[in-house]
Write a protein that binds this ligand. Sequence first.
Ligand SMILES: [Zn+2]
Length: 482
Amino acid sequence: MGKVKREKWSNEFSEWYNELLETAGIIDKRYPVKGMNVWLPYGLRIMRNIEAFIRAEMERTGHDEVLFPALIPETEFQKEAEHIKGFEGEVYWVTHAGLDPLDVRLILRPTSETAMYSMFSLWIRSHADLPFKVYQIVNVYRYETKHTRPLIRVREISRFFEAHTAHIDFKDAERQIREDLEIFDRLAKFLALPYIISKRPDWDKFPGAFYSLGAEIMMPDGRTLQIGTMHNYRQNFAKAYNIQYETETGEHEYVHQTTFGMSERLLAAVIAVHGDDNGMVLPPTIAPIQVVIVPIPKKDANVDVFAYAREIAKDLRKAGFRVHVDERDIRPGRKYYDWELKGVPLRIEVGPRDVEGRKAVLARRDTLEKKTVGRDSIVEEVKKTLDEIHENLYNRAREFLESHIKRVDTIEEAKAVFEDRKGIVEIPWCGSEECGLKMEEELDAKMLGTPYPEEKAKAPEGKKCPVCGREAKFIARFARTY
Ligand SMILES: [Zn+2]
């Protein structure tokens, strides 16, 4: 492990991240609209692998894929009051068609509630239509006024995942939220990302929601990144969009609704959480190339390292691995550098001596350790090593997250945490908005919310709210966020 360096990664994270997105071939930021970026082939391949997992989970849990238009009439957008208030400052308007001003202006969707729900009211008729579960992966647009950052805070979210469901009652909607949490947990394990779930405070829930849950990961600089949200809307949108069903006894009831959202922030999290000073480290599950084989020819050697490398590649492909043989005419050191930057989990080096001795050298990207294995055990060793890499990435990230969560009793202690190693602080809280906002101000941090599930949110007996001195009901989490 001695060779892994994470100095630039932790001390100059922003620079490290921005540079890496370009040098590793993820996106190009030079597109001439601020906050909108071009996906490069390698970045898109990784994102597609993440999406494939999400789609499979949606299928497994009985969601159908739909595809709605990107434009929403102003009249539909205005139906839910809280929702407009939350989004009106950040929507892009379409006001003209050619030279003619439009009678009804259109917005570019910032999210799809207001696009979908007038259609839901036509589709959902009876209790037999419920639960109703759909999803789509599309681009959405938000006029961000804060500092934009590729994959994290952008004006065009290119890969916005949104699941929308409708249910017979609150209880079934709650069951859906539990299913979303289970899907999210499986996805996070697939990406080797440890995370925490918080119930957002009322002043920070999704516009129009009854309550919102957010999933956060810990970034290298001690700030948190939200990578998933689940919302229970109760009947708020159903009433605004008149989504009713006929009960078994012939009455008409409004449905209960939920949503579940994610985006390319998942890729940002993978890049940030697992990286080091040499570049990305991709979990084998989503790496477009899981194993790169680098032949090292030597002058005067009378064996064919290229043929040997191709044979190994053939065996590995047959066993189901994504393999690339790098036959470029450049020095091996340069090849190592390139593939380390791109985060390929495992490299196999083969020189003339390996051909003669029927062996190969495996170099792990996560630990930068090397070991020699026999030709006949390569497939088995690769499988074992990739599994170990995935587990190691998860464990390393979990230790990092856990070491950045600190429970304190006073504002002073909380301040010290933010000055020192940063991360998340957990403070006793009486539950009042006034005290919550006061703490946000004093700490110059955001309240992520209270730990979820709710059993974990209760303050231990005898703890006091550090702002008002009353008995604390909850534990509240604060962090500096992206
Ligand atoms: Zn208080």
